[in-house]
Design a protein around this ligand. Structure first.
Ligand code: KMH
Ligand code: ZN
Length: 275
């Protein structure tokens, strides 16, 4: 198990609120400060959503630009922008982070490959919309992280590759434990891994109380892990994490205990075949 583990910090998300945790970063400065601490704690990448100053989920290009610039001023952590945004956003709004070029261009972007129940709502990803976003990611010269909330979404990446709108092997994120989607169970993770296209890499993001235990499952399987306030606000039962950095620090500790080293951003770039 000598491959370094890539820890991604999903720092902001679209659903977590300040009412749930006062430690959620919202402004560019808050995000950048926490991102730098995440990097110090062992994260190689951040998964980024942005918010308006009053905390509402947004995919505004200028808010992304400000956050990316603030992060890059402080740290070399890789930046993956969300194209999922919040439930109910249309495709142009969701792709706000893909309008950033030149030195503001992100390092990676997410691509959810199918529609899924998301709690009591629906995260709407019909096939033409998925292809639209895939083409925009490709046009920017980026590689997607395939966000898979269920196993059929792994197969859909094969269809995208056949059509020439994405490349395989690729990098996949298994999001396990969203109510209405695939459960956070060890055998579900193993089935996802078995379903991967040859040579692909993977990350697992356990939702809620599954987040940190799934870091350990990923560690012993040679995979990668995502933690952060987007998916979970507690560092232990009933104890709020005092920032994303605290969840990264706990993930790093658990990964090391399982014998893994942690990838630097440079190593992560190579492992995930980023441009
Ligand atoms: N907020 C979720 C509805 C992504 O970032 O690409 C979708 C999401 C996925 O968070
Ligand atoms: Zn997200």
């Amino acid at each position: 198990m000598n491959t370094p583990m890539v820890i991604t910090a999903a720092m902001v998300g679209a659903e977590t609120t300040r009412e749930q945790t006062p430690y959620l970063p919202i402004s560019a400065e808050e995000i950048a400060e926490d991102a730098a601490k995440c990097r110090e704690a062992g994260a190689a990448m951040v998964h980024l959503h942005v918010r308006t100053p009053d905390g509402k989920p947004s995919q505004d290009t200028e808010l992304f630009r400000a956050a990316i610039r603030a992060i890059r001023k402080r740290t070399d952590v890789l930046i993956q922008v969300s194209t999922g945004g919040a439930v109910g956003m249309d495709v142009d709004e969701r792709c706000g982070g893909l309008r950033l070029t030149g030195e503001d261009r992100p390092d990676m972007a997410t691509l959810t490959t199918g529609t899924v129940n998301f709690g009591d709502e629906v995260f709407w990803n019909p096939r033409p919309l998925v292809r639209d976003i895939a083409r925009r990611i490709k046009a920017l010269g980026l590689r997607p992280e395939f966000e898979c909330f269920d196993v059929g979404m792994v197969d859909e990446a094969r269809a995208l590759a056949k059509e020439g709108v994405a490349e395989l092997p690729g990098h996949f994120d298994f999001v396990l434990g969203v109510p209405g989607a695939l459960t956070a169970r060890e055998d579900a993770l193993d089935f996802m891994i078995k379903s991967l296209p040859e040579g692909s890499t993977w990350t697992v993001a356990g939702v809620g109380r599954h987040q940190l235990p799934f870091v350990e499952l990923a560690a012993v399987r040679g995979g990668n892990a995502r933690v952060g306030l987007e998916d979970n606000i507690y560092v232990s039962k009933g104890v709020l994490a005092k920032g994303n950095w605290e969840l990264v620090a706990e993930a790093a500790k658990r990964a090391k205990e399982k014998g893994r080293t942690l990838a630097t951003p440079q190593e992560a770039r190579k492992l995930l075949r980023l441009t």
